[in-house]
Ligand binder design. Structure first.
Ligand code: NCD
Ligand code: ZN
Length: 349
């Protein structure tokens, strides 16, 4: 088959991104804006986005750093806490918030204000279903007895199954799935109200990349990279054409010093080359033709949003990934492929 040199995609959406705040905001947002028409912005700020008014303030801050004339749309989320009420949900809906993020308390970066007991979430879940908003799930148990590599599977089998039964009409997204078990669960469950985002790093890497031959902190994110069997199952799901699997980078920048540290932070910064990374993964299994739907249609369909106007172009072009990128007064070391190279480059059409 002739080598493909150019791939034109409908302008895609990133359904899971961390933009951060303050002096680094502009340095983070500018990358996503170059590739995506919209992005679903995670609410785990230092002071989390727990109310409609905080979401409005945060959305305005994002809009203020957009390049002149940009039509990029930040889609806002609310951070669920033990004290979130159905009234908070109704107000969020009025403010244009599209989804609520459930972090089990302590599961990941900036999740301390998250939900301590999911059994107390019924009223909020009912309000979400009534408002036709989505529940986004960081699917890991937090019990210190449970091995970090088992936390997602235990969550899916012990908690998600029960929550699904309690709220069959609630549209949920299991965010950044990392295991074959999660893929199997979504297939088994066979429900149009359970979708999943998949990151580029989980399609490209397994835990050996992070741990063999020296510890590589820039591959460390949560949920943590799993086995090669898991990676292959994720790649199969992402490229299968099943519309319940769609793009969410979970691009999560941290200053270089916070990751290259005795206690390094979780999160990979992939937003600067998101589409190129996904294209690399899809091409590795000969499925580049499946990228357009995964990146630009399935997520929008799941959220009930119209498709973006316009296109982006991926050109076959080798480039060496940057060692660092500006991050306010500091630097980020972006996520790298194992080779430190990419063979695709994204351009605005
Ligand atoms: C995210 C972050 O840094 O905000 N980190 C990560 O490893 N994915 C939080 C999250 O999405 O879990
Ligand atoms: Zn995330």
């Amino acid at each position: 088959m002739a080598t493909l040199h150019e791939l034109v995609l409908p302008r895609p959406d990133d359904f899971h991104v961390h933009f951060r705040e303050g002096t680094v905001l502009a340095d983070v947002v500018r990358h996503t804006v170059l590739q995506f028409g919209r992005a679903l912005v995670m609410p785990n700020l230092k002071d989390p986005v727990t109310t409609a008014s905080k979401a409005i303030v945060y959305r305005q801050a994002i809009r203020e750093v957009l390049p002149e004339g940009s039509d990029f749309t930040p889609l806002m989320t609310l951070y669920l806490t033990d004290t979130t009420t159905p009234e908070d949900i109704a107000e969020a809906k009025k403010a244009g918030v599209v989804a609520v993020k459930w972090y089990p308390a302590g599961a990941t970066t900036l999740s301390d204000h998250g939900v301590s007991d999911w059994r107390q979430m019924d009223a909020v879940c009912e309000a979400l279903a009534a408002e036709e908003m989505l529940l986004l799930i960081h699917g890991e148990v937090t019990d210190p007895q449970i091995d970090i590599f088992e936390r997602e599977t235990r969550f899916v089998r012990d908690i998600l199954v029960a929550l699904r039964q309690r709220h069959p009409n609630l549209r949920m997204v299991l965010e950044h799935i990392t295991t074959k078990d999660s893929v199997d669960f979504i297939h088994e469950y066979g429900h149009q109200n359970l979708g999943a985002t998949i990151t580029a790093q989980h399609l490209l890497n397994n835990r050996n990349h992070m741990l063999v031959g020296g510890i590589k902190p820039h591959f460390y994110c949560l949920p943590i990279l799993k086995t090669e069997t898991d990676r292959c199952a994720l790649l199969e799901a992402a490229t299968s054409g099943d519309s319940r699997f769609f793009l969410g980078t979970d691009s999560a920048p941290h200053a270089q010093s916070a990751k290259e540290n005795a206690c390094g932070c979780a999160g990979c910064f992939t937003g600067y080359a998101a589409l190129e990374l996904y294209a690399t993964a899809f091409e590795s299994v000969g499925k580049l033709d499946k990228l357009a739907n995964f990146a630009a249609r399935f997520g929008a369909d799941y959220y009930g949003l119209p498709y973006n106007k316009g296109e982006v172009v991926l050109k076959r072009e080798s480039w060496a990934l940057p060692e660092t990128l500006p991050f306010g007064a500091t630097l980020i070391r972006p996520y790298h492929t194992v080779s430190g190279q990419l063979n695709w480059k994204c351009f605005q059409a």
